[in-house]
Design a protein around this ligand. Structure first.
Ligand code: FAD
Ligand code: NAD
Length: 464
């Protein structure tokens, strides 16, 4: 990258919270000549979440789907500050954010405050547990890269413990029970990956145990994947049946204990499911910092789902704050696709805001210099045009999910309705769609190499 413009104290400061889908798309698209940009996030990389389920069984290495945020900001026109820190307080009245270094190694300063002119609030969401007893203590989640690595290690731990000398038959069956709660795309994709690992690798290394491994997916609603079309739901259910993944629909988990979960089935009976490993994927809820922000402007923020924004992604009730992605409560699903489009949209809004500032400055100078009325008119019209910012408009590109055994499902919007596709060909479409969406060539090479390695050498069963 060439020489970057330095920090300019005369320019407005844009503080960006988070470096997930929304913030990364924003930073990628933003021309920051007119702004000083500061990024704050507890992790120093972007995570490509659609491929995260593949990390739980080692189809992909974790680092292949991470991209350090500095790889992106070093290409921006003006130097951008990137801080690894967790924001715990946003004051929309004082226009400040407070953040801390929550990592293991800290310097003498491990907490500070920063002021913003504009705030891009995109901290995502945290895992929903509905306050169900025992979930946080005993289940694994699947949201961050460390979650996927923990699951990978625990799969092998359950298997090695089942293999331990002298184990009772009942205990072997419990340890080899892999339960997934939540039949949304996260739960389904993880169950599919786990099935692949079982059939393609564990089969070879633990032949005496693999027949006893059980994968159970528990879903409260009558169907898995409610956002997909009916035929794709049926296709997924029948593929899972073929793959011996047991789907328990209309079953609501009520409590999680150390070795079993207690659920209510459709007949309102309480049933127990012993498990060796439990993965909990029941969607999103607002982070504490987001709830705190809502409480600071209670007259404008009263949605339990997340932050209320207007059609320009401005946070209702706060000046200079824009909120994007999973932390907001909109009519859109909390997906990467929505978050990325909002990020790109906001970057264009900032371009217009900068343009407007420049034109206002020109108009003022022209007025003071006694410019002709025609010139002043044309500048004033340009200011009006730059002030006219279109609302955010989401364009749905389709939904894709991997369901295991080299099969994927896709709902793709077509001119006249929707195309539902499923099977092997869709799987190759799924692969090419995601590899092309990866943000850098480096990630594309790493993911491609991992897929090849898995095909040729198989997955690693070390419990590292
Ligand atoms: P995130 O991407 O979650 O980013 C939030 C950012 O905020 C992170 O950088 C985080 O570190 C940071 N942060 C958190 N707390 C703080 C704090 N206190 N202060 C500062 N920063 C903070 N969507 C699809 O469209 N297609 C898919 O195939 C798909 N697959 C998925 C698979 C999995 C396993 C998961 C979990 C999700 C998947 N999604 C998919 C959903 C998608 O990942 C989310 O909708 C998307 O990440 C939302 O983007 P975001 O920027 O709002 O939040
Ligand atoms: P989700 O909200 O889509 O699904 C959670 C599921 O858990 C729901 O079907 C719900 O009925 C069920 N559930 C809730 N409480 C339960 C209980 N006590 N017992 C049993 N079942 C219970 O969550 P997700 O799968 O984590 O996805 C979150 C978001 O990320 C969604 O918007 C999703 O579209 C997106 N995502 C997309 C993809 C993809 O496109 N391939 C992959 C992963 C995630």
């Amino acid at each position: 990258p060439g020489e970057q413009l330095p920090h300019d104290p005369t320019l407005p400061t844009v503080v960006v919270l988070g470096n997930g889908w929304a913030s990364t798309a924003f930073l990628k698209e933003l021309d920051n000549q007119g702004y000083n940009v500061v990024v704050i996030s507890p992790r120093n990389y972007f995570l490509f979440t659609p491929l995260l389920p593949s990390v739980t069984v080692g189809t992909l290495a974790a680092r292949s789907i991470l991209e350090p945020t500095r790889f992106l900001t070093r290409h921006m026109k003006r130097k951008t500050e990137v801080y690894e820190g967790e924001v715990y307080e946003v004051d929309p009245h004082k226009k400040t954010v407070r953040f801390v270094d929550n990592s293991e190694i800290k310097g003498e300063v491990s907490g500070t405050e920063i002021a913003y002119d504009y705030l891009v609030y995109a901290v995502g969401a945290e895992n929903q547990t509905f306050g169900i007893k025992g979930v946080k203590e005993h289940a694994c989640f699947l949201k961050e890269v460390w979650d996927a690595e923990k699951i990978r290690s625990r799969i092998m731990d359950s298997i090695e413990s089942a293999n331990f000398a002298g184990q009772t038959q009942e205990e072997i069956d419990r340890l080899l029970s892999f339960v997934v709660v939540g039949g949304g795309p996260t739960g389904v994709e993880y169950a599919g990956e786990l099935h692949d690992f079982l059939m393609e690798d564990l089969n070879n290394w633990y032949p005496e145990l693999t027949d006893r491994i059980k994968i159970t997916l528990i879903e409260a609603l009558p169907n898995v994947l409610p956002m997909f079309s009916k035929q794709l739901i049926d296709y997924t259910m029948s593929t899972f049946k073929e793959n011996k993944i047991d789907i328990k629909t209309k079953t609501m988990v009520k409590e999680v204990q150390e070795k079993k979960i207690i659920a209510q089935n459709e007949n309102k009976e309480l049933v127990e499911y012993p498990y060796g490993l439990l993965v909990w994927a029941t969607g999103n809820t607002a982070r504490p910092v987001t709830r705190d922000l809502m409480n600071r402007i209670p007259e404008s923020q009263n949605s339990r789902r997340g932050l209320l924004v207007d059609e320009h992604m401005r946070l209702v009730g706060a000046d200079g704050v824009f909120a994007l992605g999973d932390c907001t409560a909109t009519n859109y699903a909390p997906t990467a696709q929505v978050a990325a489009q909002q990020g790109r949209y906001l970057a264009r809004v900032f371009q217009k805001l900068h343009k407007k500032e420049q034109l206002l400055h020109e108009l003022e100078t022209a007025k003071q210099g006694g410019a002709e009325p025609a010139k002043l008119d044309s500048l004033a019209n340009a200011v009006i045009r730059a002030s006219n910012i279109a609302p955010f408009n989401y364009s749905h590109q389709g939904s894709l999910a991997y369901i295991g055994s080299d099969k994927a499902i896709a709902d793709l919007p077509m001119m006249q309705g929707n195309l539902a596709a499923a099977g092997f060909a869709t799987y190759y479409f799924w692969r090419s769609a995601y590899i092309s969406q990866l943000f850098s060539l480096r990630n594309r090479v790493l993911v491609g190499a991992d897929w090849l390695k898995t095909k040729v050498l198989g997955r690693d069963v070390s419990r590292a």
